[in-house]
Design a protein around this ligand. Sequence first.
Ligand SMILES: [Fe+2]
Length: 108
Amino acid sequence: MRSLWRQEFRSIDMSPRAKTCEAMKSLLKEAEEIMENFENTDALDAALIAAAQKIEHYEIASYGCLVTYAKLMEHQEADEILSATLNEEKETDSKLTDIPMEQANVVQ
Ligand SMILES: [Fe+2]
């Protein structure tokens, strides 16, 4: 993943620098809280899937914007790399959606 980022930035003649994403940090904190709050309950899997999908949706929004910017600036290589990452995020979200609800929600 790290080399992909370097490749993306190189394609637009820039150097990447690390920056903490506060929104993602909050989403991960929420997932941790869900694990604590739903521990030992039948709804734990469903709650974790929801938390994971929030993260995926945030990533999809972020990469979607970056793809749009790359297209607008006519940075074809960045567009291709970011589009591939965006598609991976969408596939992950789709897999999370496809998890059979009877496996995620055990109703007694
Ligand atoms: Fe993701």
